[in-house]
Every structure is written in structure tokens, then in C-alpha cells.
Design a protein around this ligand. Structure first.
Ligand SMILES: [Zn+2]
Length: 445
């Protein structure tokens, strides 16, 4: 395995400071700490939203090449390469280009490389840590052919020609997400509880809530309400008064969320109204959501592990200062699943030892990526695993060791990220009193 130096993305919605999930991972990842107190202080003011563990050009992970490191030398196994890049931080993609089969995996090249020439020497997925302080934009990710079209027409906005299904796994019990539309019964309840909302969309007792009605509502929001921000503010202000007139303990989760979003994005964001149409999920630790193409969603708060097809294509519709592409989002809405309620997913336990070590797999239904959670307890046998394709690893708790027959033993610790070679068996053991917890991302082939 090789230690990675990963990029942190400092988006406005991220948690503030170095003492946050992504802040800590970023600090563990940089080759050296900020030199002066001032630099450290400035770094401590940033919003640490995402850590990117992959080769995406907008935030590629790097490795520090060291010719004198015997383990690294035997992994890279190319004297000229090691000498040329000695003591240099280089993008991980250099390895994939140097020897694709060795560093991505024979099966990977056979499977993905033949379908997509780009994947002959690059990663099919992007692995991330997210720390959400403030709601992310309401968004959807285009399916493959729409992504190709958007990329061709607006390459400056849609930087990738790839789809971007994703999985998000909660690291704590406070992960909140908007995901999928409400069932007709629950949406009807929102209309009944919020008079101003009923009036805006012409909802009455006799209204039938079906896919056509929902599309009509979205159209009304995007094509009319969001075009007249003063009128929109009038509506959100009436809603606010209606909600605050209700005692706090009697407010619905949607009403409480409305007030939170109002405080974060102000009264002129269409996302405030849109939020009433979504299911609110409060996920517990280790629960996950899988977002399929074209499905609107927004993460509201929490720390999470996220993995997706290697793309950064986001079509935004609200809760954002960034460009909103409402027309595209409207046309992306999936007709068939609009009124089907979505559910969170759980990982499948693959191994459990009496001593407290375990392996849990999160399949996504997409061959480009899956996530595996590995936990090991001190004094226990640990776990032994092997994968066809290369893996990306992030440790989120404890300290331990990873041993390979061919390359020997490596020490791993919390908040550090690693690249692991394909087709190698490795044994994970804990050395700390607290359990060693790591997440592994690789391809599901
Ligand atoms: Zn997303």
C-alpha cells in the first residue's frame, strides 16, 4: 500500500476548522503542517467540506515518491520511475499510466478498459469524506447519455461525460438527507399543515397527487416562482409566520427543516419550498443511501463516507449560490419513480469474529464502485481480504497494521488515506485500544 496526500475541497457548506472530520483528514494528509501560527490560524478558518480520494483532475490524490523506501520501491518496481520522481509529490495517476494492469488490476483493464478507453489508465470511481454543516444544494446527477450531451454543450459547467450514481454512508447518528419524493399521503399532509403551500400549488381536498401533479409543481417552482424572487420571498415569509405560530414541539420535521434552511439560505431560495416535496431521512451510523441517476437529493447535515462513479457533474435546483440549471433538472425528473418512496440501505456483514472484528459490504448496483467497512479489535485475529481491483482506503478511527505477503507490514492510522494494489491478499489488525475502523472503496467486478 502507499500513503496518499489528498485534496480537501473547501466549499461553503463544509464544517469549519481543522478539528472536523475533513479538517483532520486534510491535516493528516498534507506532507507538512502549516509553518507559522498565522498560516495555521488561516487554515483553521476554512470550511472543510470534502476530502477527495481518487484521481479526478479537479482534486487528484498524490504520493510522495521515495526511492530509498524499500517497500515503495518493491511496489512501484521501476528503477527509472523511482529515480526520476525521487522526493517529488506526484499524482496517483502516474502509477496507472506507468503500468495499468499492475496498479489498477488485470480484471479491471479487461472489464472497464475495453468498454471505455479512458479507463485503461484511470479510476472508475471517486471516494470521498464529507462533513456537512449547512445543507448542500438540491441536485441530481445526469445519467450517462445526458451527461455526454451536457458535457458536449457546456463543457465549462459539466466537466465530465460520465454518470454519477453515488452512495453515502453515515459516520454518526445525525446524518440528515433529503432523498426522493414523498408518498402522495405524506405530501398531502404537508399541504394540509401549511396553508400557504396549498395556495401556491392550488392544492385542495380533491387534488390527486400523481406524477403529473408533481411535475406540474416542479415546473411551477422552477419556471415561475424562481423567476420572481420578491414574490417568492412573500410566500416564504407567510410560510415562516404560519410555522413560527405553531409551538416548537408541535412542528413537523419539514416545518423545522424549512426554518433551518431559511436561516442558511435566506427567503429567496426556491429550495425552501422544494424541501416540502422530499422525504427527510435521519440516518443512523452505518446506514446508507444509494442515489441513482436523475434522482433529486440534498444532504442536510452530518459526517459521511461517499463514493461515486468518477464524475463531478451536478445539476442544481436550489439551496445554492452556484448556477442553477432548473430546466435541465426539470427534464431529468424520473417519471416512473416520482411517487415511489425510497428507503435507506444497510451493509451486508461478510465476516464477523468472536473478538469483535468485522467486514461489512455496501453494494450499490453499479459495477464501478462499492464500499467495504472493516473493523478490527486489539488482540483479535483481525481480518484477511483480497480484491480483484485496486482499492482506496480511509481510516477513520484507531491505529493498526496491514500485512502483505509480498510487501511486508505497513502501519496505518486514523484520518490517513491509502492506495492498495489489486490481486494481493492482506491482513488487517488493530494496535490501538479503540477499534481500528476503515472504509475501502473498489470496483464490484
Ligand atoms: Zn449528489
Amino acid at each position: 500500500m502507499i500513503r496518499l496526500h489528498c485534496k480537501a475541497q473547501t466549499y461553503h457548506w463544509g464544517k469549519t476548522g481543522l478539528d472536523t472530520l475533513v479538517g483532520k483528514a486534510y491535516l493528516a494528509s498534507v506532507p507538512s503542517l502549516p509553518e507559522s501560527a498565522e498560516l495555521y490560524e488561516a487554515a483553521d478558518q476554512e470550511h472543510y467540506a470534502e476530502l477527495w480520494i481518487g484521481d479526478h483532475p479537479s482534486g487528484p490524490a498524490e504520493i510522495l515518491v521515495n526511492h530509498e523506501d524499500a517497500q515503495m520501491a518493491s511496489i512501484i518496481a521501476d528503477e527509472g520511475f523511482l529515480k526520476h520522481y525521487h522526493h517529488k509529490d506526484i499524482e496517483i495517476s502516474h502509477l496507472f499510466k506507468l503500468n495499468p494492469a499492475r496498479f489498477l488490476g488485470h480484471k479491471y483493464i479487461e472489464h472497464f478498459g475495453t468498454k471505455n478507453p479512458k479507463l485503461q489508465n484511470s479510476m472508475a470511481f471517486l471516494f470521498k469524506l464529507l462533513a456537512v454543516e449547512k445543507a448542500l444544494s438540491i441536485q441530481a446527477h445526469p445519467h450517462k447519455s445526458l451527461a455526454e450531451q451536457l458535457h458536449k454543450e457546456h463543457p465549462e459547467i459539466y466537466k465530465d461525460d460520465n454518470h454519477k450514481p453515488e452512495i453515502a454512508i453515515a459516520l454518526g447518528d445525525d446524518f440528515m438527507a433529503l432523498f426522493g419524493f414523498l408518498s402522495p399521503e405524506k405530501l398531502a399532509l404537508n399541504f394540509k399543515q401549511n396553508k400557504a403551500l396549498s395556495e401556491v400549488f392550488g392544492y385542495t381536498e380533491s387534488t390527486v397527487i400523481d406524477a403529473d401533479f408533481l411535475k406540474g409543481c416542479v415546473k411551477h417552482m422552477f419556471y415561475e416562482l424562481d423567476k420572481d424572487l420578491e414574490n417568492l420571498q412573500g410566500i416564504t415569509t407567510v410560510l415562516q409566520h404560519e410555522i413560527t405560530a405553531t409551538p416548537e414541539g408541535d412542528r413537523s420535521p419539514h416545518q423545522s427543516l424549512f426554518l433551518t434552511l431559511l436561516s442558511q439560505y435566506g427567503p429567496q431560495d426556491i429550495g425552501l419550498i422544494f424541501s416540502f416535496f422530499f422525504n427527510i431521512f435521519n440516518l443512523k451510523k452505518d446506514e446508507a443511501v444509494v442515489i441513482t441517476p436523475n434522482e433529486p437529493h440534498a444532504y442536510i447535515r452530518g459526517d459521511l463516507v461517499e463514493c461515486m462513479a468518477n464524475s463531478d457533474n451536478v445539476v442544481r435546483g436550489g439551496l445554492t449560490p452556484k448556477l442553477k440549471d432548473k430546466e435541465t433538472l426539470y427534464h431529468m425528473l424520473p417519471d416512473d419513480t416520482l411517487t415511489v418512496e425510497r428507503a435507506p440501505v444497510k451493509g451486508v456483514p461478510l465476516f464477523e469474529s468472536a473478538g469483535g472484528s468485522s467486514v461489512v459490504e455496501y453494494k450499490t448496483g453499479f459495477e464501478e464502485f462499492r464500499v467495504i467497512k472493516v473493523q478490527a479489535s486489539k488482540g483479535d485475529q483481525g481480518v484477511t481480504i483480497r480484491y480483484n481491483t485496486f482499492s482506496m482506503v480511509i481510516v477513520i478511527g484507531g491505529k493498526g497494521s496491514v500485512e502483505f505477503k509480498e510487501y511486508g507490514m505497513f502501519t496505518i492510522e486514523a484520518y490517513q488515506a491509502y492506495y492498495v494494489m489489486p490481486e494481493q491478499e492482506f491482513a488487517v489488525k488493530a494496535e490501538s485500544e479503540e477499534p481500528l475502523v476503515m472504509f475501502i472503496a473498489n470496483c464490484d467486478i
